[in-house]
Every structure is written in structure tokens, then in C-alpha cells.
Design a protein around this ligand. Structure first.
Ligand code: TYF
Ligand code: FE
Length: 367
């Protein structure tokens, strides 16, 4: 619960999501050519930054940073060695980073970066970070007094000849995988430290043991600006997909990022044409889904041709689809989501989804 003796800790939304990768130059190219992001800024030796290179990628309100180390012992290189390409920082935008950091640490967060002011001709940015699960951090970024492209040290990159936007518009949610028995502790972390509350949880016996082999709790900021589900493995019929992730990633970390689109049919058509692989959905799914969901604005033929899943609840419906992991390790993947009223996570798709994931686990010899 929130400690009401302490002031509120308002998070304005996601700031950048930073990936630490083996080869940022090539990772940036993938997000440009396949996901339609535009490279807007760069930092590295050419811009006076030592030790690493970073590319800032933008599509509407989504900002990714991909960074790699330039020498064998750099911390970014070591992170990439251990985890493979993965998410280091899920940053939040705040109005006062020093305040946010102080409140979080008073509530028990482990400090990673003390409040740090960076300045250039475009103004100033204040940043501070706390640790979360595994080697993942949350930065608090205060950039109201900054007009530069990203952060001091970055240089703007002009026209991107590769990127063609695919319609992705914002980060909907960011999901973490933690070890068995740790979900409640991390749910408590988001409640206690950031003042989040539990939106819903999937730990009913039938869901967790019969076919999903995972439990999940959704923590959110109470506004919908930030949603952070946490999964842990559960005993199931088969080896948990969460266990597979934890082994391949070398511990807890971000499992998937859900990105919103206003036109999922167009977005998925373009991403598929760009070479992105999505989880295959059996044709029978659509017979069941049409009966379960009823009328939708989209054409069922388009949804079936593209493998888009559909779910409905009291508030409306949603469309969602999942990529294969975007590394050779079975770790981070993406969800593309379009909401028509529903604030859910597609619980009605869990059986079809988790069975599809299990088929992929089996193809990798990990089931
Ligand atoms: O974020 C969610 O809850 C949905 C469902 O390993 C989901 O996207 C949950 C766990 C998982 C894959 C998808
Ligand atoms: Fe999701």
C-alpha cells in the first residue's frame, strides 16, 4: 500500500526504453527497417561520448535507445554477454527527478544513479535511477527545461532514408519475468515504492496450471499511463515459458513490450512484409473467436490472414499479436495491440496464446 505520510510520486509516462545490445549499429537498423522507427539522435566517440555508442529511435510517442559498449570490459558489453540483447532501463518521465528519486529511496528502493544534472546549449536534464528486477533499472527523467533532441551528448540525426513508420504509437505495457515465488515481492515493490496498485491477476488454478505454467499480476499507476505486469513460472504440464526465459536471459528481466497501434491490420501487414515473424495461430482459433467475440470493426478475413488475436470484456474489445523473440535467445518479444475500449490483457486468448508459445518452445527443444 502507499505510505500516505509521504507525498505522491507522479509519473507522467514512459520516457525512453533503453536496450543494451551486442551491436547497436545493427540493432538500430532492425528497428528502422522492420519496426519502422526513425533514428533521430546518436551519441558515441564522434560526439564526444566515450566507451559506448547509442542510437535514439522514435515512432510517434515511442522512444527506444539502443546502446553497445565499445570495449570488452565495458558494463554494457558485460550485460550483453550475460543476457544477450535486452532491456536495461524502463525510464519514466517526471517533473522532478530529484524528488521522485528521494521518495522512492525513502520507501526502500535501491539507488542506482543519484540525481545527476546534465546541461548543454539546449538546457538541462535531471536524471536519477533505481534498481528493479534482475539487472533492470528505472530512470526518472526530468526534461521540461530541455529542448534538445534527447540528452546532452546526443547529436540530432536528420532524414532517415530507411525508416517507414508502421503505425506504432505508444508503449501500452512492459512485462517482467521474475523467478518462481518472487512475483508477490515485486508486485509489492511497485505498490510500495511507486504507489502502483493491482489491476488484475492471473493466478487462478485453471489458468496457471492447466495450460499456461505462469502466474501474472498487473501493476499500474492508477491512470493507465504506466502498466507493468509481472510473471513468475508456475508448475504446469510442461516446462514454463517463463523458466525458458529466465534460463536464456540469465535471470529476471523484461519479457515483452506491448506497443499500441490505431490500425493493427495495416501495422501487422507492413511488419510482416518487413520480415518480422509472429506466433502462428491455428485456423480453428477463428471459429472459436468469432463466436466468443461477435462483431468487430475489422474484417475477420484480415485478422485470420494475419494471425491477429481478439478478446472482448465488459468494456469493449482488443486486438493483439505476438512476435517471435527478436533475438536468437528465446527472450524479449513484442506484442502489438489495438484497444477498442477494453483495458484487459487478452485473458480470453491465453489458452490459444500459451499453446502457440509451447509449440515454439518445443521447436527449440525446450519443452
Ligand atoms: O501482458 C499480458 O499479460 C498479455 C498476456 O508470457 C501474456 O500479453 C502474458 C504472459 C506471457 C505472454 C503474454
Ligand atoms: Fe502483454
Amino acid at each position: 500500500m502507499i505510505d500516505h505520510d509521504l507525498p505522491d510520486l507522479p509519473l507522467l509516462g514512459y520516457d525512453a526504453i533503453e536496450f543494451w545490445v551486442g551491436n547497436a549499429k545493427q540493432a538500430a537498423h532492425y528497428y528502422r527497417s522492420a519496426f519502422g522507427f526513425r533514428v533521430v539522435a546518436y551519441a558515441g566517440p564522434e560526439t564526444g561520448v566515450r566507451g559506448h555508442a547509442s542510437y535514439v529511435l522514435q515512432q510517434r510517442a515511442i522512444r527506444f535507445v539502443v546502446t553497445s559498449g565499445l570495449s570488452p570490459d565495458h558494463e554494457v558489453t558485460r550485460h550483453a554477454h550475460r543476457h544477450g540483447d535486452g532491456i536495461r532501463d524502463v525510464a519514466f518521465r517526471v517533473t522532478d527527478a530529484e524528488d521522485a528519486f528521494r521518495i522512492a529511496v525513502e520507501r526502500g528502493a535501491e539507488a542506482h544513479l543519484e540525481p545527476t544534472v546534465e546541461e548543454d546549449v539546449h538546457g538541462k536534464v535531471v536524471r536519477a535511477s533505481i534498481r528493479t528486477y534482475g539487472d533492470t533499472i528505472h530512470s526518472f527523467v526530468q526534461r521540461d527545461d530541455y529542448s534538445g533532441i534527447h540528452l546532452p551528448g546526443f547529436e540530432e540525426v536528420g532524414h532517415d532514408p530507411v525508416a517507414r513508420p508502421v503505425g506504432l504509437s505508444s508503449v501500452d505495457h512492459v512485462v517482467g519475468n521474475v523467478a518462481a515465488g518472487e512475483m508477490d515481492r515485486w508486485a509489492g515493490f511497485y505498490e510500495r515504492i511507486l504507489g502502483f496498485s493491482q489491476l488484475r491477476h492471473f493466478d487462478d488454478e485453471d489458468i496457471s496450471t492447466e495450460y499456461s505454467a505462469l502466474m501474472s499480476k498487473v501493476l499500474w499507476d492508477g491512470h493507465g499511463r504506466i502498466k507493468m505486469p509481472i510473471n513468475e513460472p508456475a508448475e504446469g504440464r510442461k516446462r514454463s515459458q517463463i523458466e525458458e526465459f529466465l534460463d536464456a536471459y540469465g535471470g529476471p528481466g523484461v519479457q515483452h513490450l506491448a506497443l499500441s497501434t490505431g490500425d493493427i491490420v495495416g501495422t501487422v501487414q507492413t511488419m510482416r512484409a518487413n520480415g518480422v515473424s509472429f506466433l502462428p495461430v491455428p485456423a480453428e482459433y477463428y471459429t472459436e473467436a468469432r463466436a466468443r467475440v461477435g462483431d468487430v470493426d475489422e474484417s475477420w478475413d484480415d485478422l485470420a490472414a494475419l494471425g491477429i488475436l481478439v478478446d472482448r470484456d465488459e468494456e469493449g474489445y482488443l486486438l493483439q499479436i505476438f512476435t517471435e523473440p527478436v533475438q536468437d535467445r528465446p527472450t524479449v518479444f513484442y506484442e502489438i495491440i489495438q484497444r477498442h475500449g477494453s483495458r484487459g490483457f487478452g485473458a480470453g486468448n491465453f489458452r490459444a496464446l500459451f499453446e502457440a508459445i509451447e509449440r515454439e518452445q518445443a521447436r527449440r527443444g525446450n519443452l
